[in-house]
Design a protein around this ligand. Sequence first.
Ligand code: FES
Length: 126
Amino acid sequence: MSEALNSGSAGKTMTLRIRRGGPGETPRYDTFEVPYQDGTSVLDAVMWIHGHVDPSLAIRYSCVNANACKECMLLVDGKVEYACTARLKAGTMTLDPLDNKELIRDLVTDIVPPKERLRNILAERG
Ligand code: FES
């Protein structure tokens, strides 16, 4: 996370609308005002929300801004993006989980290929 964002000295703020909920729940959008500076990533902002406002917000990531793990994929304003490479912009941005994957909770979806899922492997073995 950028130092300016962490210290609250980023200067500007923008709004993130984030879809919340799990499978079978009625989805809702929560709105967060986020401090940012030019270059702040969507992942930085979600981590800031998780650390400062709402620790229940679910997102998955591993490599943190290295764009190597591919675990942070989500929809940014309806477009598939990596949260760690997408940058915040002024105004309002909307984050949704991937709509072609099984929802786990909030922004987290099951991105493991079906043939690699443990429950499928166990089912095949009987
Ligand atoms: S956090 Fe690893 S690709 Fe985004």
